[in-house]
Write a protein that binds this ligand. Structure first.
Ligand code: HEM
Length: 444
């Protein structure tokens, strides 16, 4: 069988770090005309806390032509910097309840931020909102004195304490770790992309060594996912649940479902010629991670829940919130045979079947630990404010979206989905769909 295995390099995927770029994001713009953006992002927590962001943007930030941004890394940096500035600007507007000093109605983004952001989002193939790629994938750098990236491969990456973020709303260590723990998870899991694609190729080639190659890849994959899971607990020491729920999450909204929260038209991007573009998007969430979707696809994990919404699953919806290249890569992976199908063709090979089930068991455990994270940072703070609408990190959604991630009511301490499955039941279903070949009672 001839396989069309995607060339990772063409999709901007590193053999060592997966969906993170090998040399890390740019730490500043190389062209000096963009220095005002660098200065604003470096100062953002102060500008927000001193309530001077809007004034500074309106009075001092010039329009800077984005067409001199040439490389992909420059576009990615511009996306992070402008995305943080725009979300902070809109949040600052809604917080005060005032129309903007420059006469802009709430939710309206001035041209000097709006136009270049729309340009870079087009280049990257993303909706104009700050998403997982901007919060995490492209939002890290080695701290001062940490030097360059350690030699790649061999599980070497920076420790959490050695990393800093490019953009931050609050400057709080909890926010930093909220954005950086996913970076550790991505870096840990990065080598799995090459490893599992090679396993698919080995399986398709067949021959004497095929089963052993696939088995070994599955064993390494299981060990890797176990290490990925251990990173999750690093959130607990610095990220306070109430801080996350009440201070950080409001910045993450993409304008969807915010009609009653001061954004009747969502985000409104105004151009210099006065024209406007209204955007209502979900916000950033690690559910937009391409790594986890890759693992599901290549291992043959199928998620069926639409969460009670239309026919699209959450996972399909999240694809459109990924960078174009990563989305295209997943589409190419979708066309490959799965490792599950290879294992199913060899039911007599016990070691292979066990390796597959152990690997799926680790992914399932990862999802179990993640549910504990969501309970701590969303469900419990929401319950403490019973009656509030529970929204996933993606923010509110209207009825056209898969329900359950955004529209569950907290009533008397219970989470009751209004339109379908609730947040935690959805995540549990996702976990329970992560199964190997063995049935629950242990029989194949
Ligand atoms: C405070 C930390 C976190 C919170 C509050 C959180 C919250 C959520 C929520 C609410 C969802 C459901 C979809 C949505 O509405 O966005 C979700 C899904 C997801 N999250 Fe997280 N998350 C956190 C940390 C992480 C980390 C560190 C990762 C690792 C990269 C991660 C990976 C995922 C994935 C892959 C999904 C899709 C569901 C699945 O594949 O099981 N999350 N998260």
């Amino acid at each position: 069988m001839t396989l069309r295995v995607p060339n990772m390099d063409a999709y901007g995927i590193s053999p060592h770090l997966g969906f993170l770029s090998d040399n890390g994001p740019l730490t500043s713009f190389t062209k000096t005309q963009y220095t005002p953006w660098d200065e604003l992002i470096a100062n953002l927590p102060h500008l927000i806390s001193s309530h001077s962001l809007r004034r500074t943007v309106n009075d001092t930030l010039p329009y800077i032509d984005p067409s001199a941004l040439a490389s992909e890394l420059e576009h990615q940096r511009a996306y992070v910097v402008l995305g943080f500035l725009i979300h902070a600007y809109v949040r600052a507007q809604t917080e005060t309840g005032d129309d903007d000093a420059a006469g802009l109605p709430r939710g309206t983004i001035p041209p000097q931020l709006a136009e270049p952001f729309l340009h870079v989002c087009d280049e990257l193939g993303m909706p104009p909102v700050l998403l997982y790629a901007g919060l995490c994938l492209w939002n890290w750098k080695p701290g001062a004195d940490q030097g360059v990236l350690p030699a790649t491969g061999d599980h070497q990456f920076f420790e959490l304490e050695q990393l800093e973020c490019v953009g931050s709303f609050t400057g709080d260590l909890g926010e930093t770790d909220f954005n950086l723990v996913p970076v550790l998870v991505e870096a840990e899991g990065g080598p799995l992309v090459r490893l599992l694609l090679d396993a698919v190729v080995a399986g398709a080639a067949g021959g004497d060594g095929a089963s052993k190659s696939v088995q070994r890849a599955l064993e390494i994959c299981a060990e890797t996912i176990e290490r990925m899971r251990k990173h999750l607990a690093k959130l607990y020491s610095t990220l306070d649940a109430d801080f996350f729920y009440h201070r950080l999450r409001p910045f993450l909204s993409g304008g969807k479902g915010m009609e009653d929260k001061g954004l009747p038209r969502g985000f409104v991007f105004r151009s210099r010629d006065g024209s406007e573009r209204e955007v209502k998007c979900i916000g950033g969430s690690a559910a937009q991670s391409s790594l986890f979707q890759f693992l599901d696809l290549v291992l043959g994990v199928v998620h069926e829940s639409t969460g009670g919404g239309d026919s699209e699953t959450l996972f399909q919806t999240m694809r459109s919130y990924m960078p174009r290249k990563h989305r295209d890569f997943l589409e190419a992976v979708e066309r490959l045979p799965t490792i599950r199908s290879f294992v199913q063709q060899h039911p007599e090979d016990e070691a292979l079947c066990r390796a597959f089930d152990d690997c799926l068991g680790q992914l399932r455990q990862w999802r179990g630990s993640h549910i504990a994270v969501v309970s701590k940072y969303i469900v419990r703070p929401a319950r403490r404010h019973a009656g509030e609408t529970v929204r996933g990190t993606t923010g509110a959604r209207d009825g056209s979206e898969p329900a359950g991630f955004g529209t569950d009511q907290v009533e008397a301490g219970d989470l009751t989905g209004t339109g379908g499955s609730a947040l935690i039941p959805f995540l549990k279903k996702t976990r329970d769909e992560t199964v190997g070949l063995m049935k629950r009672d242990g029989t194949p």
